[in-house]
Design a protein around this ligand. Structure first.
Ligand code: SF4
Length: 450
């Protein structure tokens, strides 16, 4: 399949559609020495919880773990901004030897007194797992003394994959759920799960639903507030966007509170419209919702299609590589890129499961390379071999694209422009157009060599 040597143990995590029986391995710990693009367990938990803007987020570990700050993943808030502060217990040699519980307790007391948060999340990092601090006991003590929920997030970096971090975050959220007042929640109401408001997407999506006549009880966790999380169990339906991150929570809410959930994606016109129609269909007892949804979708599509068609004329036939965290996003990106006349030639995710990859195989054109938990070398070589004109990824894929001389679109943490919804599709198309049609790429050796 490729001219590069693939590590033997990774051979079954890479597949070229149409070439061999499809037997992909996935959902397992990264191979040592492969230099995975994945983040650690702790980073997975931060992705989910950090957008809760009125909570204190304290990283219990050495200062290096705290490098993953709001500046890297700038979830937007319409009010409180406490989540933008980065706090760490800054464990040193003394604590590694004698334990860090005392320092954690002091840090929590000091920070709660100084910032008066609505709740506090304490993230356990690798070293805490090794020295064995009883983080839960310290959290219980501070909860009693300060009267706010102080929640341990069991996210020791080494203990699994980024997905285990999502699970740890969902466990922490689940402890808050069920404690808030739900009396003013309407029967037609939803929670939006797995939307983190990186560029203001949560506000756009919330607006769609409100125009449809659907009450949004909480967004978990974009522009999140502790009080909203506490009463999220009062909603009639959970709409799960980032399925890799939030299906755990949706399942727990289904079991305990009987709240059904559906999956949704807001990337691309097709998937955004489908998400809104699916929610309308769930509340089909009220036909006015369906009617308002049709009007909304019609108006939005009419507004964006003419410019999308103009952009498509320039992008027709260009090739794209897509490598992002969750597989569900890959599906949407393939459809959105097709709408712009582009073909996806490399597609992969950090956390896809067997069902996701089977869907991806069916969705991709023959000859597409599908990757699970890839490393930079594999990504670089496949981008070159498949002659991609564009790479869509996150903060760790950006340097790969630019070093290779390929257009890049950040569809992850660092962007400031919303790419979700109908307007987001237009932003996405403009960004793709700007980067792919840049004249600078003609000087890249692998292109000029023909
Ligand atoms: S938790 Fe562990 S793997 Fe994650 S950043 Fe800290 S030291 Fe690194």
């Amino acid at each position: 399949m490729s001219s590069i040597p693939i590590l033997k143990q990774r051979e079954r995590q890479i597949h070229e559609t149409g070439t061999a029986p499809f037997e992909m391995t996935c959902d397992q710990q990264s191979l040592a020495g492969s230099v995975s693009q994945r983040a650690c367990v702790f980073c997975g938990s931060r992705v989910v919880l950090y957008p809760i803007a009125d909570a204190l987020h304290l990283v219990h570990g050495p200062i290096g773990c705290a490098a993953y700050t709001w500046d890297i993943r700038g979830a937007l808030s319409s009010g409180a901004q406490l989540h933008r502060m980065s706090f760490s217990t800054d464990l040193r040699e003394t604590e590694v030897i004698f334990g860090g519980e005392k320092k954690l307790y002091q840090a929590l007391i000091e920070l709660i007194d100084a910032y008066a948060p609505q709740a506090a999340f304490v993230y356990s990092t690798c070293i805490v797992g090794i020295i064995g601090d009883d983080v839960a006991a310290v959290c219980r003590r501070v909860t009693r003394e300060k009267g706010i929920p102080v929640l341990p997030v069991h996210s020791e970096g080494f203990k699994g994959t980024k997905k285990d971090g999502y699970k740890a975050a969902c466990d922490a959220l689940f402890q808050l759920l069920g404690t808030g007042d739900t009396r003013d929640i309407a029967p037609v109401s939803i929670n939006i799960l797995g939307e983190f408001n990186i560029g203001g997407e949560a506000w756009m999506i919330r607006d769609y639903y409100q125009r449809m006549g659907v009450q949004v009880v909480s967004v978990l966790t974009g522009d999140g507030r502790v009080a909203d999380v506490c009463r999220a169990h009062g909603a009639a339906l959970n709409v799960v966007q980032c399925s890799g991150a939030m299906t755990f929570l949706a399942e727990m809410m289904k079991e305990k509170y009987g709240i059904p959930y559906i999956r949704a994606s807001y990337f691309g016109i097709e998937d955004t419209a489908k998400a809104l129609y699916d929610v309308a269909a769930h509340f089909s007892k009220d036909p006015a919702i369906q009617k308002r949804t049709e009007e909304l979708v019609r108006a939005q599509v009419t507004a964006v299609v003419p410019e999308l068609q103009r952009i498509r004329a320039d992008l027709e036939g260009k090739r794209a590589a897509v490598y992002v965290g969750g597989a569900f996003k890959v599906f949407s990106l393939i459809k959105a890129l097709r709408q712009l006349g582009m073909q996806v030639v490399v597609a992969g995710s950090q956390t896809g499961n067997a069902d996701d990859y089977a869907t991806l195989r069916d969705l991709c054109d023959p000859g597409t390379v599908i990757l699970d938990d890839a490393n930079p070398l594999e990504l670089s070589r496949f981008v070159i071999e498949k002659r991609a004109d564009l790479f869509i990824g996150g903060v760790k894929e950006r340097p790969i694209a630019y070093k290779l001389g390929v257009g890049f679109c950040d569809h992850n943490h660092e962007r400031k422009t919303p790419l979700a919804g109908f307007e987001g599709m237009l932003h996405f198309a403009r960004e793709i157009h700007t980067t792919v049609t840049s004249p600078v790429w003609q000087f890249v050796p692998f292109r000029s060599e023909g």
